[in-house]
Design a protein around this ligand. Structure first.
Ligand code: G3I
Length: 334
């Protein structure tokens, strides 16, 4: 009696998947409907793709994803209302290419968030409101970006307030990567605590979970979950994948003769790591309220391009033919 992925977890949390409109054509659509009960747009709800020019909204792909999810009874996580990447180039500048004023950028941010959140009101149950605002340099809290440069650090609270105005029932999340690395946990916690202390409408924190067979450890992960939960926040695992390579800091080209063989040893190590992650998710099922994978199968993954361009990766529970891998059987065996 083989069940589909989501069915094993029906007493725990929705199991989500990030998609492009391509993935909604058959036969992939059937695979997605069966295995997942929550959906996220991998790119189509980001600022630039949605509003490439001021006042010109491109709803086609986002609408298609929302319709698909709605028809198939899936929850929808929106990603992402405010990010330093994939924002339309126009948003920060005037006609002459100079930075706009703080007031004008706030106005544009408010219009963008209101328009988008309002369109999917009642359909998108949770939004990544601000994405990746913490700096990679541990000596700083916030990353320097056009948002901090023009508006200041309070762009974050403004974004949450605008989203809450537009849909008071949507759950609002702060989303980031490496959010279980000890030094980054402290800084994300500091930011979240500041927001809570100011009564900013925030419901949860998204752990992107771009992990690998080497990291994080069980204790690092549990520590992060406990620490964020202590603020009364929900936790979503928002972009899960488990790379077979050690994470590198810098983007680079593939070296000649560099191996990208997916050996039985790597498959086994990956299966064990996935097992540990899901043991922890189940243990904290009161706190963890959604677990979303970033790419559905090993056939297509953003990790084929990052951080090493052209090096094949195999981060999913399903192989290139969408068949369950060893990692899948570990995740559903409990
Ligand atoms: O759509 C264009 C296409 O027209 C063009 O021909 C092609 C040439 O490069 O690019 C296409 O756009 C690409 C887009 O994905 C759609 O495929 C962009 O170059 C590429 O940079 C973009 O990458 C996305 C990335 O975010 C952008 O930073 C990845 O697919 C997406 O997986 C990734 O997702 C992020 C999350 O939003 C936030 N957390 C990290 C995560 C992984 O980086």
């Amino acid at each position: 009696d083989v069940k589909d992925l989501k069915d094993y977890y029906q007493n725990y949390f929705p199991i989500g998947i990030a998609v492009n409109v391509r993935s909604l054509e058959e036969p992939q659509a059937d695979f997605i409907k069966k295995n997942f009960n929550s959906i996220t747009a991998e790119n189509d709800m980001k600022m630039g793709p949605l509003q490439p020019k001021e006042g010109i909204f491109n709803w086609k792909n986002a609408d298609r994803i929302v319709d698909f999810a709605f028809k198939n009874n899936m929850k929808i996580r929106g990603h992402a209302l405010c990010w330093h990447e994939q924002a339309g180039d126009w948003i920060f500048v005037d006609k002459n290419g100079n930075n706009v004023s703080r007031e004008l950028l706030l106005e544009r941010l408010r219009t963008h968030i209101h328009t988008v959140v309002n369109r999917y009101k009642g359909k998108i149950y949770a939004w990544d409101v601000v994405n990746e605002a913490i700096d990679d340099n541990p000596n700083n809290l916030l990353r320097k970006s056009k948002w901090t440069e023009i508006i200041g650090d309070d762009f974050i609270e403004k974004a949450f307030e605008y989203a809450h105005e537009a849909d008071p029932n949507a759950k609002l999340f702060y989303n980031d990567y490496n959010s279980e690395r000890p030094e980054k946990v402290e800084r994300i916690y500091t930011l979240l605590k500041q927001l809570k202390d100011k009564n900013i409408p925030i419901d949860g924190v998204g752990l992107q979970a771009h992990w690998s067979i080497f990291e994080p450890s069980r204790s690092e992960l549990e520590h992060a979950i406990q620490k964020y939960s202590s603020l009364g926040l929900e936790i979503h695992i928002t972009e899960l994948d488990v790379s077979i390579y050690k994470w590198e800091k810098e983007k680079r080209a593939k070296r000649p003769n560099e191996s990208d063989e997916y050996t039985p040893e790597l498959q086994k190590a990956q299966a064990n790591k996935y097992q540990m992650f899901f043991e922890v998710f189940r243990k904290y099922k009161k706190n963890i309220t959604n677990v979303t994978f970033w790419n559905a199968t090993d056939k297509y993954t953003w990790l084929d391009h990052y951080p090493v361009e052209g090096r094949k990766n195999y981060p999913s529970l399903f192989d290139i033919n969408a068949k369950p891998k060893a990692a899948f059987w570990k995740v559903v065996n409990f």
